[in-house]
Design a protein around this ligand. Sequence first.
Ligand SMILES: Cc1cc2nc3c(=O)[nH]c(=O)nc-3n(C[C@H](O)[C@H](O)[C@H](O)COP(=O)(O)OP(=O)(O)OC[C@H]3O[C@@H](n4cnc5c(N)ncnc54)[C@H](O)[C@@H]3O)c2cc1C
Length: 761
Amino acid sequence: MLITINTMTSLRRYLFTRPIFKLLQKTLPPMTQTESEALKAGNVWWDAQLFSGNPDWKVLRDLPAARLTQEEQNFLDNEVETLCSMLNHWEINHQLYDFPAQVWDFIKQHKFGGMTIPKQYGGLGFSNYAYSEIVMKLYSRCSSVAISVMIPNSGSAKLVLANGTEAQKNYYLPRFARGEDMPAFALSGTQAGSDAAAMPDTGIVCYGEFHGAQILGIRLNWEKRYISFSPIATILAMTFKLFDPEHLLGDKESLGVTIALIPTNTPGITLGKRHFTLDAGLQNGPNWGKDVFIPLDWIIGGQAQIGNGWKMLMKSLASGRAISLPALSAGAAKFACRHTGAYARIRKQFNQSIGQFEGVEEVLARMAGETYLLEAARCATASAVDKGHHSSVIAAIIKYHATEKSRTIITDAMDIQGGSGICLGPKNYLAHLYQVLPIGITVEGANILTRTMMIFGQGAVRCHPFIQQEMVALSNPNQEQGLSQFDAVLMQHLGLTLRNIAAGFWYGLTNACFAATPGDETTKKYYQQIKRFCTAFALVSDYALLSLGGSLKRKERISGRFADVLSHLYLASTALKHYENQGFIIEDKPLIQWACQQSLYQAQQALIAIFNLLPFSFIAWLLKKLLFPLGQPLATPDDALIPQLAAIVLNDCEARNRLTQGIYFNSIEKDVSGRIELAFKAVLEAAPIEAKITAAQRQKQLPKTTDLEKLLAAALGQNLINQQEAEIVSLADKARAAAISVDAFNPEELKNRSHHFDKHD
Ligand SMILES: Cc1cc2nc3c(=O)[nH]c(=O)nc-3n(C[C@H](O)[C@H](O)[C@H](O)COP(=O)(O)OP(=O)(O)OC[C@H]3O[C@@H](n4cnc5c(N)ncnc54)[C@H](O)[C@@H]3O)c2cc1C
């Protein structure tokens, strides 16, 4: 019996596995160093479950809801609140192009640069979730300040904390936290943007003079651009390729990407010029180094970390993507929902609030639904990172979708604001968020590339239950050992594929209505659809990997759509988690329904589009019939949800407060957004009284005049309203007029503004 099993295994290996093994060894391209470093950084979490085709819901449900400590909450309620109240976005972004001195002082004094630095190194030691809440709140007040406090926290500090020597941590981290050193993280250059690994910036190991002595060090030459904080930096976290042509350190000549901390007063460095970044008062600019000589111990982590720069970058960039950019995006989205929702209630055309028109309702509903999705993903991801799940795939998903959602939401809000969104000035609360949108889209991995290269490209290897092991077996220099490893994994892989074929067909026939998942009467069907689409995704992606092999890397239209399927499944699942974390609040039911319907529909459409792009069209067609035997099950979100979602942002209700929770607002009459908040409340209070007056006008009891004073006098005269009610209507009218007013400038003021730049060379 044993002999028979062994014989069968050998036969299978020889006849079935070996030809596949050989073919894949020939067709799979070798991995670049950048790709292999990227794959080694971090770990996997819920993304791996979604990839398996059969997610274990416990992995997601066990993640605790993100919570603030008392200390973090106090910081938000006090320091962050005070900082927000000091900020005037018009002054910062259009007049000073910088922050007033007292704002910089406050930021430094309260260690905003050290929020993520542990207390032992002089920082505030906040969680990623708390950091996200703070950045979100700041962004809702002034984008430039939020981005500026992110810079020391997310770039240089993370690099030093994770990789620095103890001496570097003890010296630099407290200085970053207190703002005594302003660090700039310098990677991008003229030739190397998205393809950062192509940087021409070099360091040569050599002897040189340093503080009067001859020492072994590095002579650097670089040309960087787009570097945040560069014009005011005191330290550059400089990325370069290190070479040792004279073999002063060892046998190797090319030592790889390395990062060093370089004080900007080191001879040979030029900085100070500024890029003019979409009217944002950000300190961002180019810098150059010519024959800059530095000691070896300025390398982050010392000599031991030579050549490990790429690995370090992958880790620290992933956390920026997962935390900082979603926080900015949520700040913008919530701000737009709260204020443009209020504006739609305040602004009247054709004798009614514009928010009551079905066309505007539809846009408001989309804004609310997308904000809910964004917020759910932000909270779940920050909590996951706090629990040690550092997935580069999830980081790429949320970076892309948070910034894209905020782009949709702000653009929608601009449509609703009409001319009041377009006329720049101190009263315009939205245009600035619209102007700076492309920054989030471009930084930390530009979005097009993030979607088409990172999400599925990395996910297919990182998250797939077997691909990584198969690749390891394929690259085993011992062919027989590799074949045996490959055979074992391949059998498991085939087992999963057969399971996915059977389950995919069954779910297609039954619309997954018998699939075992968590969920209640509202949510179970969405859990079931996620499971169904996971199975379909796993099967189709296996087919794509098998049929296209290494060439899938260049088929960005396919990998982009796979990325969309995976991303929308992630977003739908975090929305369900959010709804549960918040306690299944009945008023939020339309939000969770819209969020799930929208993301699942988009996942379906992306998957359907893939079939037409796959090779061997007959097999692709068969696969589609297997998974969708009864056609496409999902449609765009139910129209009946539109008025329910719009009502959330058009009314002063708890659901509105929950949706926009965590942003800064006040009720100061002269404040840019305070006047909207005040007018909103005043208009809502006056609404029933105005309804009485309008009804009386319809019955011809009152004249149809636009002169409010006369109208109120007539209504008072006929005892239709009392004096107090007349005052409420009158106050609401004044607040409304203030809220919809826009700025106009003396032509000379505008001319003077452009004269600032006349002398530019
Ligand atoms: C405000 C601001 C702050 C910044 N701060 C810093 C900083 O502090 N430090 C730093 O080092 N850098 C910084 N950057 C640089 C930023 O990281 C780069 O702008 C970014 O990496 C993109 O590079 P690029 O602008 O040269 O665009 P390019 O690389 O030229 O890309 C242009 C377009 O092509 C797309 N693309 C490129 N390759 C592919 C591909 N293979 N597949 C599909 N699409 C592709 C991109 O998605 C993008 O849409 C900052 C940039 C800005 C605007």
